[in-house]
Write a protein that binds this ligand. Structure first.
Ligand SMILES: C[S@@+](CC[C@H](N)C(=O)[O-])C[C@H]1O[C@@H](n2cnc3c(N)ncnc32)[C@H](O)[C@@H]1O
Length: 284
């Protein structure tokens, strides 16, 4: 039987990651939101345009794009995980000019041709990014714009980096075994060199990278921030993959993460720097 290339990552998004995104939705929407709005402004949607939102998740950005293109425009949210699409359809039921489709972008981008393609953190999980980007380009009309937000390096996202490092110091590099993961991972498009080559190979032109920095809220206090780090992102992923060892050393791991996050505590919560690329390109 032929295995779909992103089957494992899609299963992860439809199960363990969907549940975590529901649990931490407020924090995630706030943290991704700052960069996402900057990218929407960079894309500058105009009334009447047709836009595709790639890896749309709960559809927050699809709804915002639909508002910006107005009643004569149309936005299609695409996600590979059926549970995200089900949630997005329910939340956008009142939005007449938004619709949603389940699709792996690496397999197809339905609904085109589009004037523009947008993505907030939905493009880092492909086994073959060039094939996925080629599908996006083919779904755009000639002159259509792509604008996507992706994480810059882990080191530039300091809350993530310090939490991962202490967990790695304690647990080493656990064997993934037969556990599911989200594939290449959230930092797979951190290199502007690599991504600009991928975009060029997919046939895009006018490729540009604009750095977006913003504080990332990790939680109301250090306990909440520790729980967040252990649930989502590389630190939590190491603990999950470590299985029994992760469970057995949980208290020790929590203490170590609390200690490295302590310097990030402010009066209004725990904040660390976050950094993304807003990537733009044109389909010739
Ligand atoms: C980090 S979340 C971002 C969700 C949303 N864009 C947001 O900003 O809230 C990544 C999203 O990409 C979706 N995704 C992962 N791999 C995909 C693929 N191959 N094709 C389409 N969507 C995919 C996931 O299901 C998930 O909803």
């Amino acid at each position: 039987m032929t295995q779909m290339p992103n089957a494992e990552a899609i299963e992860a998004w439809n199960t363990v990651l969907f549940d975590k995104f529901v649990q931490f939705r407020d924090l995630l929407v706030t943290n991704l939101g700052i960069h996402g709005v900057r990218a929407i402004e960079r894309l500058a949607p105009s009334a009447g345009e047709r836009i595709v939102d790639l890896g749309c998740g709960f559809g927050d950005t699809t709804i915002e794009l639909a508002r910006r293109v107005g009643p004569t425009g149309r936005v299609v949210g695409i996600d590979a995980a059926p549970r995200f699409i089900e949630a997005a359809r329910a939340e956008a039921a009142h939005v007449a000019n938004a619709s949603f489709d389940v699709a792996d972008v690496q397999a197809r981008v339905p609904g085109g041709p589009f004037d523009a393609a947008y993505s907030r953190m939905g493009m880092m999980f492909f086994a073959s990014p060039v094939i996925a980007l080629r599908n996006v380009r083919a779904a755009l009309r000639s002159g259509g714009r792509l604008c996507m937000v992706v994480w810059r390096s882990k080191a530039a996202n300091e809350g993530v980096a310090v939490s991962e490092q202490v967990v790695r110091d304690l647990l080493g590099d656990p064997d993934k075994g037969d556990q599911i993961t989200c594939g290449p991972g959230p930092f797979s498009m951190a290199s502007a060199d690599v991504v600009s080559d991928q975009l060029a190979a997919a046939g895009f032109t006018d490729i540009g990278f604009s750095r977006s920095d913003a504080p990332m809220r990790l939680g109301n206090n250090v306990d909440a921030a520790t729980e967040f780090a252990l649930s989502l992102g590389p630190a939590g992923e190491l603990v999950r993959l470590a299985g029994e060892a992760g469970i057995a050393r949980r208290a020790e791991i929590e203490t170590a993460i609390r200690a490295v996050l302590a310097p990030f505590v402010r009066a209004d919560g725990v904040f660390a720097g976050s950094s993304t690329w807003i990537v733009t390109a044109t389909a010739p």
